[in-house]
Design a protein around this ligand. Structure first.
Ligand code: ASP
Length: 408
C-alpha cells in the first residue's frame, strides 16, 4: 500500500513540475538556478547506488541459479525477447512516420552540421563485454562489463561450494543494504521528479516545440501504442498478468525514467519496482534489468524510425521498402549500442541516417526538441525492460505475488 501512495506522489510531483515549468516559461534561468539542483540531487543519489547494487544483486542472482546452463538459457531468452520487441518498435515508428508525415511541407533552414557516428565493429563490441580490469569496469560504471564480471563471480561461487558461502553472504548483505538505500532515496522521488521536469518545461516552452509538433506527436503516440500493444500482450500472454497491474507497478520507474532521460540512471528504481510491485524474483531481475538498461531500447528504436522518415520527408526523398527494412535492422542494432544516458539515441540516429543515405544535417532539426522526445523514449525503454523481466520470470517460474500487492 505504501508503494501505491508513493507512485501517486511521484505522479503529482510530475504534474506539478510541468505546471510550474509552464508558469516559469518566461524565466528559465530561475528554474535552472533554484529548482534544478533539487533534481540533480535526486539523480546523483540514484546513480550513487547503481554500481554496488548491480554488482551485489547480480552476484547473488547468478550464484542462486545453481547452474551455468540455466544462466545461459535465461541469457539467450532475454536477448531474443529484447531484440524482437525492439524490431516491432521500429516498425511501429515507421508506420507512424508514413502515416503522420511529420516532415511533409516543412522547410526549416538547417544551418548546423552533425557528424556521423561510425557503426561499431562487431568483434570489438563483443570483446568489450569482458573487462580487462575488473576494478576499472566498476570505477567506470561500465554496465555490460560489470554484468560479465558479476556472472563470473556468481559462477565461481557456485562451483567451489561451501568455501564460497562467506563471500556470497557478504554480497547478499550488501544487496539488502543497497535495496534499503534505494527505498530511502525513493522517498525523495516526488520532489526529485518535480525538480527535474520543471526546468525542462521552462526551457523547452511551446515556442520551441510547436514547429515540430507533428514529430513529437508521432513519437509520443508511437510510444503509447507500443507500450499498450506489445507490453500488455507480453505480460498477459506469458505471465497472465493484468496489463493494468503491470503499468501501475511499473509506474515509479517509468516516471523516473521520463524525468531523468536515463535508463541506467533509473536502474535502482527499475529493479525495486520489478521486485516489489511486479513480483519478479531477485535472480531474474538482477540479471534481466541491468542487461535491458544497457541493450534494450524500444523507445529509442521507435524514435529513430520516425525521425528517419521525418528527415527523408523534409528533403523530399522517398524511402523504398528495402531502405525501410535497412532502418529496422540498423535501428535495432543501434539501440543495442545506445548507452542508457540522456541524448544517446540522438547520436545513434546519425548512424541510422547514414545507413540509408539520408543527409545528416536533417538531424539538426531534431536536436532542438530531442530532450522532449528523450523523455518519452526513455520511459518506454525502461517499461520495456520491466515487461521483459516479467516475461522471463514467468517462463522460469520465478514470478511471485508482489510484496506490495498493487491492486489493478
Ligand atoms: N536516454 C535514453 C535512455 O537512457 C537513450 C536515448 O537517448 O535514446 O534509455
Amino acid at each position: 500500500m505504501k508503494n501505491v501512495k508513493l507512485t501517486t506522489k511521484i505522479l503529482i510531483g510530475l504534474i506539478a513540475g510541468i505546471v510550474v515549468g509552464l508558469l516559469l516559461g518566461g524565466s528559465p534561468e530561475a528554474a535552472n538556478t533554484y529548482i534544478k539542483p533539487f533534481g540533480t540531487l535526486f539523480l546523483r543519489m540514484i546513480k550513487m547506488i547503481i554500481v554496488p547494487l548491480v554488482l551485489s544483486s547480480l552476484v547473488v542472482g547468478a550464484a542462486s541459479m545453481g547452474d551455468v546452463r540455466k544462466l545461459g538459457r535465461i541469457g539467450g531468452k532475454t536477448v531474443i525477447y529484447y531484440l524482437a520487441t525492439t524490431a516491432v518498435a521500429v516498425i511501429i515508428g515507421l508506420i507512424l512516420g508514413n502515416m503522420v508525415s511529420p516532415g511533409a511541407g516543412l522547410s526549416i533552414p538547417v544551418d548546423a552540421t552533425v557528424e556521423a557516428t561510425a557503426a561499431p565493429n562487431i568483434a570489438d563490441t563483443l570483446l568489450n563485454i569482458i573487462p580487462d580490469n575488473a576494478l576499472g569496469a566498476l570505477l567506470g560504471a561500465n554496465m555490460l562489463q560489470i554484468i560479465a564480471f558479476a556472472l563470473f563471480l556468481g559462477i565461481g561461487i557456485t562451483l567451489i561450494g561451501e568455501k564460497g558461502k562467506p563471500f556470497l553472504n557478504f554480497f547478499d548483505s550488501m544487496a539488502e543494504v543497497m535495496y534499503k538505500i534505494t527505498a530511502i532515496v525513493m522517498s525523495y522521488a516526488p520532489i526529485g521528479v518535480f525538480a527535474l521536469i520543471a526546468p525542462v518545461v521552462a526551457v523547452n516552452g511551446p515556442a520551441v516545440l510547436l514547429p515540430l509538433a507533428k514529430v513529437i506527436a508521432a513519437v509520443y503516440v508511437g510510444c503509447i501504442i507500443h507500450a499498450i500493444l506489445v507490453y500488455s500482450s507480453a505480460v498477459k500472454i506469458f505471465a497472465k498478468m493484468n496489463p493494468l497491474t503491470f503499468f501501475k507497478g511499473a509506474a515509479p520507474a517509468s516516471t523516473v525514467a521520463f524525468t531523468t532521460c536515463s535508463s541506467s540512471g533509473t536502474l535502482p528504481v527499475t529493479i525495486k519496482s520489478a521486485q516489489d510491485n511486479l513480483g519478479v524474483s531477485e535472480s531474474v531481475s538482477s540479471f534481466v534489468l541491468p542487461l535491458g538498461a544497457t541493450i534494450n531500447m524500444d523507445g529509442t528504436a521507435l524514435y529513430q524510425g520516425v525521425c528517419a522518415l521525418f528527415v527523408a520527408q523534409v528533403y523530399g526523398l522517398e524511402l523504398g521498402l528495402a531502405q525501410q527494412a535497412t532502418i529496422v535492422l540498423t535501428a535495432t542494432l543501434a539501440s543495442i549500442g545506445t548507452a542508457g544516458v540522456p541524448g544517446a539515441g540522438f547520436i545513434m540516429l546519425t548512424m541510422v541516417l547514414t545507413a540509408v543515405g539520408l543527409p545528416l544535417e536533417g538531424s539538426a532539426l531534431i536536436a532542438g526538441i530531442d530532450r522532449v522526445l528523450d523523455m518519452a523514449r526513455t520511459s518506454v525503454n525502461v517499461t520495456g525492460d520491466m515487461a521483459g523481466s516479467v516475461v522471463i520470470a514467468a517462463t522460469e517460474n520465478e514470478l511471485s505475488v508482489p510484496q506490495a500487492k498493487v491492486k489493478a
